[in-house]
Design a protein around this ligand. Structure first.
Ligand SMILES: [Ca+2]
Ligand SMILES: [Ca+2]
Length: 303
């Protein structure tokens, strides 16, 4: 029995000593260190200090490395290149991978629109829930998808934003007065853009001329707007190119649609500068083509 107790006590002592050795820097010293301890206390303390300093440095290095790794991973995430990222699909289409290859498909679902401001009125005088729904429909009809409601919808486009309005008749008097109102409006828009410094130098010059010379007032504004609408610079304004002037105004100005219709006097679906001037009741003599093509052809030159 006594020998069992002795063994237990020895075991506990050994355990305690090994713990002390693990925690105590002195206990961690090698035998040589201990031998030197007897000879020179100061040297031993320096050594001790050095050892613990080295340990601190090691620990610091380790932490710094871990931190650097985390930062590197944050700044350089592993990015898988999505081939769809560089693919541009038109309105109503999205890019999808087909066996790893990107292709444009009709947008499968448009967001549910609850906001009535998102409603659009199409050229067929139908109200659609959103522009997305119109473009999706056009895509379906282009692709002969079962979702296509009518083959004509391949040419569906937005006439204006908002629900379709009961068409108000633009009667004789209103239409007669419209060219004057349109001229005024064009001049005011041009002046507004000049004040906001949003015209090119070329058109700024024309605006200044319109401000100072009464005979140039309407003509310069008319020429500027016509050039501005002619996006492809082919010197005629197509129906498509009329969209930016038609869409925002058609709800407010019930005469704009018949007015623009009347501008195309030879019914070839394009408005020349001569036709534009005539429907604005301007003297053909005053209308000289002065488009700032540089601005459209090489916009980067203007910074
Ligand atoms: Ca054009
Ligand atoms: Ca024409």
């Amino acid at each position: 029995m006594r020998s069992v107790w002795l063994l237990l006590c020895l075991g506990l002592l050994a355990l305690t000593l090994s713990q002390v050795r693990a925690e105590d820097p002195i206990a961690n010293l090698d035998l040589e260190d201990i031998a030197e301890f007897d000879e020179d206390d100061e040297e031993y303390l320096t050594l001790l200090e050095e050892k613990s300093k080295n340990k601190d440095v090691e620990r610091e290095n380790e932490l710094a490395q871990k931190l650097a790794d985390v930062q590197y991973n944050l700044l350089n995430p592993v990015v898988e290149v999505d081939p769809c990222e560089t693919m541009h699909c038109g309105a109503g289409r999205i890019c999808q991978l087909n066996e790893g290859k990107p292709e444009c498909i009709c947008i499968p679902e448009c967001p549910d629109e609850l906001d009535t401001r998102r409603l659009v009125c199409t050229n067929k005088n139908e109200t659609w829930p959103s522009d997305c729904a119109v473009y999706q429909q056009r895509c379906w009809c282009d692709n002969k998808d079962p979702g296509c409601r009518h083959p004509d919808n391949a040419h569906l486009h937005i006439d204006y934003y908002g629900a379709c309005q009961e068409p108000r008749v633009c009667d004789g008097e209103d239409l007669k007065d419209f060219p004057r109102r349109m001229r005024d409006w064009l001049f005011n828009v041009m002046r507004d853009l000049a004040e906001r410094d949003e015209l090119t130098d070329h058109y700024m010059q024309m605006e200044l001329e319109a401000e100072t010379n009464n005979s140039r007032r309407w003509a310069n504004a008319a020429v500027w707007k016509w050039c501005d609408l002619d996006g492809d610079t082919d010197r005629s304004v197509s129906r498509h190119e009329l969209f930016p002037i038609r869409a925002p105004l058609v709800k407010l100005e019930h005469c704009i649609a018949p007015f623009l219709e009347s501008c195309d006097s030879n019914k070839d679906h394009r408005i020349t500068l001569v036709e534009w001037g005539a429907c604005l009741e301007l003297d053909a003599e005053d209308l000289k083509e002065r488009c700032d093509d540089v601005q459209k052809a090489v916009p980067h030159l203007l910074g």
